[in-house]
Design a protein around this ligand. Sequence first.
Ligand code: GAL
Length: 504
Amino acid sequence: MVSRTVFFVIILISECGRIFAYKRKFPNNFSFGAATASYQIEGGWNASDKSENIWDDLTHNTNLVVDKTNGDVACNSYNLYKRDVEMLTELGVDFYRFSLSWSRILPTGFSEKISDDGLKYYNAIIDNLLEANVTPIVTIYHWDLPKSLQDLGGWTNPLMADYFADFSNVVFEAFGDRVKTWLTFNEPLVFCQQGYGGMGKAPALNLTGVGEYLSAHTVLKAHAKVYHLYDENFRPAQKGRISMTISGQWYEPDTDSPEDLEAALVAEQFDVGWFGHPIFSKEGDYPNAMKERIMKRSEEQGYTKSRLPEFTAEEIEYIKGTYDFLGLNHYTTYSVKANGETNFVEPSFEHDRGVKVFQEATWPSSASSWLKVVPWGFTKMLKWIRSNYANPEVMVFENGFSDNGTTDDQDRINYHRLYLNAMLDAVDSGCNITAYTVWSLMDNMEWLRGYTELFGLYRVDFNDTERKRTPKSSAFYYRDVIKDRAVEHVKNKDDDDFDISLLL
Ligand code: GAL
Protein backbone atom coordinates (compact mmCIF):
# COMPACT_ATOMS: atom_id res chain seq x y z
CA MET A 1 0.00 0.00 0.00
CA VAL A 2 2.78 2.38 1.08
CA SER A 3 4.80 1.58 -2.01
CA ARG A 4 1.76 2.27 -4.20
CA THR A 5 1.29 5.67 -2.61
CA VAL A 6 4.98 6.42 -3.10
CA PHE A 7 4.62 5.32 -6.70
CA PHE A 8 1.72 7.72 -7.30
CA VAL A 9 3.52 10.57 -5.60
CA ILE A 10 6.52 9.98 -7.84
CA ILE A 11 4.27 9.92 -10.91
CA LEU A 12 2.60 13.12 -9.74
CA ILE A 13 5.89 14.90 -9.18
CA SER A 14 7.29 13.83 -12.53
CA GLU A 15 4.05 14.87 -14.25
CA CYS A 16 4.32 18.35 -12.69
CA GLY A 17 7.98 18.40 -13.71
CA ARG A 18 7.01 17.53 -17.26
CA ILE A 19 4.49 20.34 -17.41
CA PHE A 20 6.84 22.86 -15.91
CA ALA A 21 9.78 21.72 -18.00
CA TYR A 22 7.89 22.93 -21.04
CA LYS A 23 7.29 26.37 -19.64
CA ARG A 24 9.85 29.11 -19.96
CA LYS A 25 9.96 31.63 -17.16
CA PHE A 26 10.28 35.36 -17.78
CA PRO A 27 13.03 37.18 -15.91
CA ASN A 28 12.22 38.49 -12.43
CA ASN A 29 10.58 41.91 -12.55
CA PHE A 30 9.66 41.49 -16.20
CA SER A 31 6.45 43.40 -16.89
CA PHE A 32 3.56 42.83 -19.26
CA GLY A 33 1.20 45.33 -20.79
CA ALA A 34 -1.26 46.16 -23.53
CA ALA A 35 -1.27 49.21 -25.79
CA THR A 36 -3.63 51.54 -27.60
CA ALA A 37 -3.46 55.01 -29.18
CA SER A 38 -5.78 57.98 -28.78
CA TYR A 39 -7.09 58.36 -32.34
CA GLN A 40 -7.56 54.62 -32.74
CA ILE A 41 -9.81 54.14 -29.71
CA GLU A 42 -11.15 57.34 -28.18
CA GLY A 43 -13.82 58.69 -30.50
CA GLY A 44 -15.25 61.90 -29.04
CA TRP A 45 -13.64 63.60 -32.02
CA ASN A 46 -15.45 66.90 -31.37
CA ALA A 47 -16.35 66.42 -27.69
CA SER A 48 -16.15 69.54 -25.56
CA ASP A 49 -13.53 71.92 -26.96
CA LYS A 50 -11.41 69.35 -28.80
CA SER A 51 -10.31 70.61 -32.20
CA GLU A 52 -9.67 68.70 -35.39
CA ASN A 53 -6.49 66.73 -35.82
CA ILE A 54 -4.89 65.44 -39.01
CA TRP A 55 -6.68 62.10 -38.78
CA ASP A 56 -10.07 63.78 -38.38
CA ASP A 57 -9.16 65.82 -41.42
CA LEU A 58 -7.94 62.86 -43.48
CA THR A 59 -10.89 60.60 -42.66
CA HIS A 60 -13.49 63.34 -43.21
CA ASN A 61 -12.03 64.87 -46.34
CA THR A 62 -10.34 62.14 -48.38
CA ASN A 63 -11.17 58.66 -49.63
CA LEU A 64 -7.96 57.14 -48.40
CA VAL A 65 -9.42 54.85 -45.72
CA VAL A 66 -10.24 51.52 -47.39
CA ASP A 67 -13.62 51.01 -45.76
CA LYS A 68 -14.44 54.74 -45.68
CA THR A 69 -14.67 54.71 -41.90
CA ASN A 70 -13.18 57.10 -39.37
CA GLY A 71 -12.35 57.45 -35.68
CA ASP A 72 -15.30 59.73 -34.83
CA VAL A 73 -16.55 57.13 -32.34
CA ALA A 74 -14.01 54.31 -32.73
CA CYS A 75 -14.14 52.24 -29.50
CA ASN A 76 -15.75 55.18 -27.72
CA SER A 77 -13.09 55.01 -25.02
CA TYR A 78 -13.78 58.69 -24.45
CA ASN A 79 -16.83 57.43 -22.58
CA LEU A 80 -15.96 53.81 -21.90
CA TYR A 81 -12.50 54.14 -20.36
CA LYS A 82 -13.70 52.54 -17.13
CA ARG A 83 -14.53 49.37 -19.01
CA ASP A 84 -11.05 49.56 -20.60
CA VAL A 85 -9.49 49.64 -17.15
CA GLU A 86 -11.67 46.72 -16.11
CA MET A 87 -10.40 44.74 -19.13
CA LEU A 88 -6.81 45.50 -18.15
CA THR A 89 -7.57 44.16 -14.70
CA GLU A 90 -9.14 41.04 -16.20
CA LEU A 91 -5.92 40.46 -18.13
CA GLY A 92 -3.83 41.17 -15.06
CA VAL A 93 -1.37 43.37 -16.96
CA ASP A 94 1.25 45.36 -15.09
CA PHE A 95 0.89 48.44 -17.29
CA TYR A 96 -1.27 50.11 -19.90
CA ARG A 97 0.37 52.07 -22.70
CA PHE A 98 -1.95 54.73 -24.16
CA SER A 99 -1.45 58.07 -25.91
CA LEU A 100 -2.64 61.63 -25.50
CA SER A 101 -4.70 63.48 -28.06
CA TRP A 102 -2.90 66.80 -28.47
CA SER A 103 -5.93 68.65 -29.85
CA ARG A 104 -8.06 67.41 -26.94
CA ILE A 105 -5.63 68.93 -24.42
CA LEU A 106 -4.57 72.00 -26.41
CA PRO A 107 -7.42 72.90 -28.76
CA THR A 108 -5.41 75.52 -30.64
CA GLY A 109 -2.32 73.32 -30.73
CA PHE A 110 -0.52 75.90 -28.61
CA SER A 111 -0.28 75.94 -24.84
CA GLU A 112 -1.92 79.32 -24.33
CA LYS A 113 -5.24 77.56 -23.83
CA ILE A 114 -5.47 74.28 -21.94
CA SER A 115 -8.71 72.34 -22.07
CA ASP A 116 -10.12 71.52 -18.63
CA ASP A 117 -12.13 68.67 -20.09
CA GLY A 118 -9.07 67.30 -21.90
CA LEU A 119 -7.08 67.20 -18.67
CA LYS A 120 -10.07 65.80 -16.81
CA TYR A 121 -10.37 62.90 -19.25
CA TYR A 122 -6.75 61.79 -18.93
CA ASN A 123 -6.70 62.41 -15.17
CA ALA A 124 -9.66 60.08 -14.86
CA ILE A 125 -7.92 57.34 -16.87
CA ILE A 126 -4.71 57.68 -14.88
CA ASP A 127 -6.51 57.67 -11.54
CA ASN A 128 -8.62 54.67 -12.51
CA LEU A 129 -5.54 52.79 -13.64
CA LEU A 130 -3.66 53.49 -10.44
CA GLU A 131 -6.63 52.45 -8.37
CA ALA A 132 -6.69 49.18 -10.31
CA ASN A 133 -2.98 48.75 -9.73
CA VAL A 134 -2.13 49.15 -13.43
CA THR A 135 0.83 51.42 -14.20
CA PRO A 136 0.13 54.10 -16.81
CA ILE A 137 2.71 54.45 -19.58
CA VAL A 138 2.03 57.48 -21.72
CA THR A 139 2.94 58.16 -25.34
CA ILE A 140 2.86 61.90 -25.83
CA TYR A 141 2.54 61.75 -29.61
CA HIS A 142 0.96 58.85 -31.47
CA TRP A 143 0.37 60.49 -34.84
CA ASP A 144 -2.66 62.79 -34.26
CA LEU A 145 -1.26 66.29 -34.75
CA PRO A 146 -3.68 69.23 -34.33
CA LYS A 147 -4.71 70.39 -37.78
CA SER A 148 -3.82 73.95 -36.85
CA LEU A 149 -0.17 72.89 -36.54
CA GLN A 150 -0.26 70.89 -39.75
CA ASP A 151 -1.41 74.05 -41.46
CA LEU A 152 1.88 75.57 -40.31
CA GLY A 153 3.87 72.81 -42.00
CA GLY A 154 3.51 70.08 -39.39
CA TRP A 155 6.77 68.30 -38.58
CA THR A 156 8.59 69.88 -41.53
CA ASN A 157 8.39 73.16 -39.62
CA PRO A 158 11.46 73.32 -37.32
CA LEU A 159 9.46 75.34 -34.78
CA MET A 160 7.38 72.24 -34.13
CA ALA A 161 10.15 71.17 -31.75
CA ASP A 162 9.23 74.16 -29.55
CA TYR A 163 5.49 73.57 -29.83
CA PHE A 164 6.01 69.92 -28.92
CA ALA A 165 8.09 70.93 -25.91
CA ASP A 166 5.30 73.32 -24.84
CA PHE A 167 2.75 70.53 -25.12
CA SER A 168 5.02 68.14 -23.23
CA ASN A 169 5.55 70.71 -20.51
CA VAL A 170 1.79 70.89 -20.01
CA VAL A 171 1.40 67.13 -19.73
CA PHE A 172 4.40 66.66 -17.42
CA GLU A 173 2.92 69.31 -15.14
CA ALA A 174 -0.55 67.83 -15.28
CA PHE A 175 0.18 64.09 -15.07
CA GLY A 176 3.83 63.67 -14.07
CA ASP A 177 3.03 63.26 -10.40
CA ARG A 178 1.45 59.91 -11.35
CA VAL A 179 2.96 58.95 -14.73
CA LYS A 180 6.51 57.66 -14.37
CA THR A 181 7.19 56.26 -17.83
CA TRP A 182 6.93 58.55 -20.86
CA LEU A 183 7.39 58.03 -24.57
CA THR A 184 7.88 61.15 -26.65
CA PHE A 185 6.99 59.66 -30.03
CA ASN A 186 5.52 56.46 -31.36
CA GLU A 187 7.31 55.09 -34.43
CA PRO A 188 8.43 58.34 -36.04
CA LEU A 189 9.71 56.43 -39.06
CA VAL A 190 6.19 55.38 -39.92
CA PHE A 191 4.51 58.77 -39.80
CA CYS A 192 7.46 60.59 -41.40
CA GLN A 193 8.03 58.12 -44.20
CA GLN A 194 4.39 57.30 -44.90
CA GLY A 195 2.77 60.60 -43.91
CA TYR A 196 5.26 63.07 -45.42
CA GLY A 197 7.19 60.89 -47.87
CA GLY A 198 4.07 59.00 -48.95
CA MET A 199 0.32 58.75 -48.59
CA GLY A 200 0.08 55.81 -46.22
CA LYS A 201 -0.61 57.87 -43.10
CA ALA A 202 -1.87 61.39 -42.32
CA PRO A 203 -1.07 64.04 -43.46
CA ALA A 204 -0.54 62.03 -46.69
CA LEU A 205 1.59 64.70 -48.35
CA ASN A 206 3.53 62.44 -50.72
CA LEU A 207 6.61 64.68 -50.64
CA THR A 208 8.79 61.75 -51.64
CA GLY A 209 12.51 61.92 -50.99
CA VAL A 210 12.33 65.24 -49.14
CA GLY A 211 9.36 65.42 -46.77
CA GLU A 212 10.26 62.29 -44.83
CA TYR A 213 13.78 63.53 -44.05
CA LEU A 214 12.71 67.06 -43.14
CA SER A 215 9.98 65.88 -40.78
CA ALA A 216 12.24 63.26 -39.19
CA HIS A 217 14.88 65.92 -38.59
CA THR A 218 12.45 68.05 -36.58
CA VAL A 219 11.11 65.02 -34.74
CA LEU A 220 14.60 64.04 -33.56
CA LYS A 221 15.23 67.57 -32.30
CA ALA A 222 11.81 67.68 -30.68
CA HIS A 223 12.44 64.38 -28.93
CA ALA A 224 15.80 65.56 -27.58
CA LYS A 225 14.34 68.85 -26.44
CA VAL A 226 11.63 67.10 -24.49
CA TYR A 227 14.06 64.57 -23.04
CA HIS A 228 16.20 67.43 -21.72
CA LEU A 229 13.15 69.32 -20.52
CA TYR A 230 12.05 66.32 -18.50
CA ASP A 231 15.54 65.55 -17.32
CA GLU A 232 16.23 69.05 -16.07
CA ASN A 233 12.86 70.37 -14.94
CA PHE A 234 10.77 67.37 -13.98
CA ARG A 235 12.89 64.34 -13.25
CA PRO A 236 14.32 65.66 -9.97
CA ALA A 237 10.86 65.84 -8.42
CA GLN A 238 8.87 63.35 -10.48
CA LYS A 239 11.56 60.67 -10.72
CA GLY A 240 10.27 59.09 -13.90
CA ARG A 241 11.84 57.81 -17.10
CA ILE A 242 11.50 58.89 -20.70
CA SER A 243 12.44 57.66 -24.16
CA MET A 244 11.06 57.12 -27.65
CA THR A 245 9.52 53.96 -29.08
CA ILE A 246 10.88 53.15 -32.52
CA SER A 247 9.69 50.63 -35.06
CA GLY A 248 12.25 47.98 -35.86
CA GLN A 249 11.61 45.16 -38.29
CA TRP A 250 14.22 42.55 -39.16
CA TYR A 251 15.89 42.50 -42.61
CA GLU A 252 17.23 39.07 -43.49
CA PRO A 253 19.80 38.85 -46.27
CA ASP A 254 18.37 36.78 -49.12
CA THR A 255 21.67 34.92 -49.60
CA ASP A 256 25.06 34.89 -47.88
CA SER A 257 26.63 36.90 -50.68
CA PRO A 258 28.52 40.01 -49.52
CA GLU A 259 26.16 42.13 -51.65
CA ASP A 260 23.04 40.80 -49.94
CA LEU A 261 24.63 41.14 -46.50
CA GLU A 262 25.49 44.73 -47.28
CA ALA A 263 21.95 45.30 -48.59
CA ALA A 264 20.47 43.96 -45.35
CA LEU A 265 22.75 46.20 -43.32
CA VAL A 266 21.65 49.21 -45.35
CA ALA A 267 17.98 48.30 -44.97
CA GLU A 268 18.36 47.99 -41.18
CA GLN A 269 20.10 51.35 -40.96
CA PHE A 270 17.34 52.97 -43.02
CA ASP A 271 14.85 51.41 -40.57
CA VAL A 272 15.96 51.15 -36.92
CA GLY A 273 19.06 53.24 -37.61
CA TRP A 274 17.24 56.34 -38.88
CA PHE A 275 16.04 57.24 -35.38
CA GLY A 276 18.06 54.69 -33.45
CA HIS A 277 21.54 55.78 -34.47
CA PRO A 278 21.13 59.47 -33.54
CA ILE A 279 19.74 58.57 -30.11
CA PHE A 280 21.08 55.18 -29.03
CA SER A 281 24.48 54.74 -30.72
CA LYS A 282 27.82 55.73 -29.25
CA GLU A 283 28.55 58.10 -32.15
CA GLY A 284 25.13 59.71 -32.61
CA ASP A 285 23.95 61.32 -35.89
CA TYR A 286 22.30 59.54 -38.80
CA PRO A 287 23.88 56.22 -39.80
CA ASN A 288 26.66 56.49 -42.40
CA ALA A 289 24.70 54.23 -44.73
CA MET A 290 21.95 56.87 -44.90
CA LYS A 291 24.25 59.87 -45.09
CA GLU A 292 26.34 58.38 -47.90
CA ARG A 293 23.50 56.98 -49.99
CA ILE A 294 21.25 60.01 -49.80
CA MET A 295 24.17 62.35 -50.52
CA LYS A 296 25.19 60.29 -53.55
CA ARG A 297 21.67 60.09 -54.95
CA SER A 298 21.06 63.79 -54.31
CA GLU A 299 24.26 64.70 -56.19
CA GLU A 300 23.32 62.45 -59.10
CA GLN A 301 19.92 64.10 -59.20
CA GLY A 302 21.43 67.58 -59.33
CA TYR A 303 20.50 68.83 -55.87
CA THR A 304 22.91 71.39 -54.43
CA LYS A 305 23.12 69.42 -51.22
CA SER A 306 21.92 66.19 -49.68
CA ARG A 307 18.17 65.87 -49.24
CA LEU A 308 19.00 64.45 -45.80
CA PRO A 309 19.47 67.52 -43.59
CA GLU A 310 22.65 67.72 -41.55
CA PHE A 311 22.91 68.04 -37.80
CA THR A 312 25.51 70.39 -36.38
CA ALA A 313 28.11 68.87 -34.04
CA GLU A 314 26.26 70.49 -31.17
CA GLU A 315 22.93 69.00 -32.25
CA ILE A 316 24.48 65.55 -32.55
CA GLU A 317 25.62 65.78 -28.93
CA TYR A 318 22.27 67.22 -27.82
CA ILE A 319 20.34 64.28 -29.35
CA LYS A 320 22.76 61.49 -28.49
CA GLY A 321 21.92 59.55 -25.32
CA THR A 322 18.46 61.06 -24.86
CA TYR A 323 16.94 57.85 -23.56
CA ASP A 324 16.45 55.99 -20.32
CA PHE A 325 15.60 52.72 -22.15
CA LEU A 326 14.94 51.76 -25.76
CA GLY A 327 11.27 51.37 -26.73
CA LEU A 328 10.84 48.86 -29.57
CA ASN A 329 7.77 48.07 -31.65
CA HIS A 330 8.33 44.91 -33.64
CA TYR A 331 5.92 43.01 -35.87
CA THR A 332 7.59 41.29 -38.80
CA THR A 333 10.58 40.49 -41.01
CA TYR A 334 11.60 41.20 -44.60
CA SER A 335 14.05 39.56 -46.97
CA VAL A 336 16.57 41.79 -48.67
CA LYS A 337 18.42 41.51 -51.93
CA ALA A 338 20.97 43.83 -53.44
CA ASN A 339 19.72 45.40 -56.66
CA GLY A 340 16.96 43.58 -58.43
CA GLU A 341 14.46 46.40 -58.75
CA THR A 342 14.94 49.62 -60.63
CA ASN A 343 11.49 51.14 -60.92
CA PHE A 344 11.56 53.23 -57.73
CA VAL A 345 10.06 56.71 -57.75
CA GLU A 346 12.82 59.34 -57.82
CA PRO A 347 13.67 60.87 -55.47
CA SER A 348 12.34 58.64 -52.73
CA PHE A 349 13.26 56.83 -49.55
CA GLU A 350 13.11 53.49 -51.41
CA HIS A 351 15.34 54.75 -54.22
CA ASP A 352 17.82 56.19 -51.72
CA ARG A 353 17.87 52.89 -49.85
CA GLY A 354 18.32 51.12 -53.17
CA VAL A 355 17.75 47.52 -52.14
CA LYS A 356 15.00 45.05 -52.90
CA VAL A 357 12.81 44.35 -49.88
CA PHE A 358 10.25 41.54 -50.03
CA GLN A 359 8.66 38.78 -47.97
CA GLU A 360 8.85 35.04 -48.57
CA ALA A 361 5.69 33.37 -49.87
CA THR A 362 6.18 30.59 -47.32
CA TRP A 363 5.92 32.89 -44.31
CA PRO A 364 2.51 32.57 -42.62
CA SER A 365 0.31 35.59 -43.19
CA SER A 366 -2.14 37.73 -41.22
CA ALA A 367 -4.94 40.07 -42.28
CA SER A 368 -2.33 42.77 -43.01
CA SER A 369 -0.37 42.34 -46.23
CA TRP A 370 2.86 43.46 -44.55
CA LEU A 371 2.58 41.32 -41.44
CA LYS A 372 4.08 37.84 -41.84
CA VAL A 373 4.75 35.56 -38.91
CA VAL A 374 8.55 35.25 -38.66
CA PRO A 375 9.41 34.89 -34.97
CA TRP A 376 13.14 34.27 -35.41
CA GLY A 377 13.42 37.73 -36.96
CA PHE A 378 12.41 39.16 -33.58
CA THR A 379 15.31 37.37 -31.89
CA LYS A 380 17.74 38.69 -34.50
CA MET A 381 16.36 42.21 -34.22
CA LEU A 382 16.87 42.17 -30.47
CA LYS A 383 20.39 40.78 -30.81
CA TRP A 384 21.19 43.43 -33.41
CA ILE A 385 20.09 46.14 -30.97
CA ARG A 386 22.19 44.59 -28.24
CA SER A 387 25.29 44.58 -30.45
CA ASN A 388 24.79 47.97 -32.07
CA TYR A 389 23.58 50.04 -29.14
CA ALA A 390 25.61 48.58 -26.27
CA ASN A 391 22.91 46.34 -24.85
CA PRO A 392 20.42 48.96 -23.68
CA GLU A 393 17.40 48.13 -21.58
CA VAL A 394 14.76 47.30 -24.18
CA MET A 395 11.06 47.63 -23.48
CA VAL A 396 8.95 46.05 -26.21
CA PHE A 397 6.01 48.41 -26.57
CA GLU A 398 4.19 46.78 -29.47
CA ASN A 399 3.94 43.31 -30.89
CA GLY A 400 0.76 41.92 -32.37
CA PHE A 401 -1.17 40.09 -35.05
CA SER A 402 -4.13 41.09 -37.24
CA ASP A 403 -7.07 39.00 -38.36
CA ASN A 404 -10.67 39.61 -39.37
CA GLY A 405 -11.98 39.79 -35.84
CA THR A 406 -12.84 36.22 -34.87
CA THR A 407 -13.19 35.65 -31.12
CA ASP A 408 -11.57 32.21 -31.23
CA ASP A 409 -8.34 33.75 -32.46
CA GLN A 410 -5.96 30.78 -32.40
CA ASP A 411 -3.67 32.38 -34.99
CA ARG A 412 -3.12 35.35 -32.67
CA ILE A 413 -2.37 33.02 -29.76
CA ASN A 414 0.09 31.16 -31.94
CA TYR A 415 1.78 34.41 -32.99
CA HIS A 416 2.25 35.58 -29.41
CA ARG A 417 3.43 32.18 -28.24
CA LEU A 418 6.07 32.13 -30.98
CA TYR A 419 7.13 35.75 -30.51
CA LEU A 420 7.34 35.45 -26.73
CA ASN A 421 9.62 32.46 -27.21
CA ALA A 422 11.68 34.39 -29.75
CA MET A 423 12.02 37.21 -27.24
CA LEU A 424 13.11 34.76 -24.53
CA ASP A 425 15.71 33.37 -26.93
CA ALA A 426 17.14 36.89 -27.07
CA VAL A 427 16.98 37.17 -23.27
CA ASP A 428 18.87 33.87 -22.99
CA SER A 429 21.58 35.27 -25.24
CA GLY A 430 22.07 38.26 -22.94
CA CYS A 431 19.67 40.93 -24.24
CA ASN A 432 18.36 43.17 -21.49
CA ILE A 433 14.60 43.11 -22.15
CA THR A 434 12.30 44.19 -19.36
CA ALA A 435 8.81 44.59 -20.82
CA TYR A 436 6.47 43.15 -23.44
CA THR A 437 3.33 44.82 -24.76
CA VAL A 438 0.56 43.38 -26.87
CA TRP A 439 -0.82 45.57 -29.62
CA SER A 440 -3.65 45.90 -28.90
CA LEU A 441 -5.89 45.81 -25.88
CA MET A 442 -8.91 45.83 -28.21
CA ASP A 443 -9.89 46.01 -31.87
CA ASN A 444 -9.59 49.57 -33.11
CA MET A 445 -9.30 51.97 -36.02
CA GLU A 446 -6.31 50.66 -37.95
CA TRP A 447 -5.45 53.92 -39.75
CA LEU A 448 -6.00 53.65 -43.52
CA ARG A 449 -7.14 50.05 -43.10
CA GLY A 450 -10.11 51.24 -41.05
CA TYR A 451 -11.77 48.37 -39.22
CA THR A 452 -10.69 45.70 -41.71
CA GLU A 453 -7.54 44.55 -39.90
CA LEU A 454 -8.10 43.88 -36.23
CA PHE A 455 -5.42 43.40 -33.59
CA GLY A 456 -7.38 43.26 -30.32
CA LEU A 457 -7.28 40.87 -27.40
CA TYR A 458 -10.86 42.06 -26.96
CA ARG A 459 -13.39 42.17 -29.74
CA VAL A 460 -15.27 45.45 -30.03
CA ASP A 461 -18.68 45.36 -31.65
CA PHE A 462 -18.53 48.42 -33.88
CA ASN A 463 -22.16 47.91 -34.95
CA ASP A 464 -23.32 48.23 -31.37
CA THR A 465 -23.81 51.77 -30.10
CA GLU A 466 -22.56 50.51 -26.73
CA ARG A 467 -19.33 49.29 -28.37
CA LYS A 468 -19.57 46.09 -26.36
CA ARG A 469 -16.18 44.52 -25.65
CA THR A 470 -15.77 40.72 -25.48
CA PRO A 471 -12.59 38.87 -24.56
CA LYS A 472 -11.21 36.73 -27.36
CA SER A 473 -9.42 33.41 -26.73
CA SER A 474 -6.14 35.36 -26.88
CA ALA A 475 -7.22 37.46 -23.89
CA PHE A 476 -7.50 34.31 -21.77
CA TYR A 477 -4.22 33.06 -23.19
CA TYR A 478 -2.37 36.31 -22.37
CA ARG A 479 -3.97 36.39 -18.91
CA ASP A 480 -2.50 32.93 -18.21
CA VAL A 481 0.95 33.89 -19.51
CA ILE A 482 0.92 36.87 -17.17
CA LYS A 483 -0.38 34.85 -14.25
CA ASP A 484 2.23 32.10 -14.73
CA ARG A 485 5.01 34.54 -15.68
CA ALA A 486 5.87 31.81 -18.14
CA VAL A 487 5.12 30.66 -21.66
CA GLU A 488 5.11 27.14 -23.07
CA HIS A 489 8.34 26.39 -24.84
CA VAL A 490 8.32 26.42 -28.65
CA LYS A 491 11.51 26.01 -30.56
CA ASN A 492 11.88 28.65 -33.24
CA LYS A 493 14.05 28.11 -36.27
CA ASP A 494 17.53 27.31 -35.08
CA ASP A 495 19.61 30.32 -35.91
CA ASP A 496 22.92 28.97 -34.65
CA ASP A 497 24.27 29.51 -38.14
CA PHE A 498 23.56 33.21 -37.93
CA ASP A 499 26.62 35.32 -37.36
CA ILE A 500 25.43 38.67 -36.04
CA SER A 501 28.88 40.18 -36.53
CA LEU A 502 28.21 40.08 -40.26
CA LEU A 503 25.68 42.83 -39.80
CA LEU A 504 27.62 45.10 -37.51
C1 GAL B 1 2.00 50.32 -35.34
C2 GAL B 1 1.27 51.50 -34.75
C3 GAL B 1 -0.04 51.15 -34.12
C4 GAL B 1 -0.81 50.06 -34.85
C5 GAL B 1 0.09 48.92 -35.28
C6 GAL B 1 -0.57 47.86 -36.11
O1 GAL B 1 2.87 50.74 -36.34
O2 GAL B 1 2.07 52.12 -33.79
O3 GAL B 1 -0.76 52.33 -33.99
O4 GAL B 1 -1.59 50.55 -35.83
O5 GAL B 1 1.19 49.41 -35.99
O6 GAL B 1 -0.51 48.15 -37.47
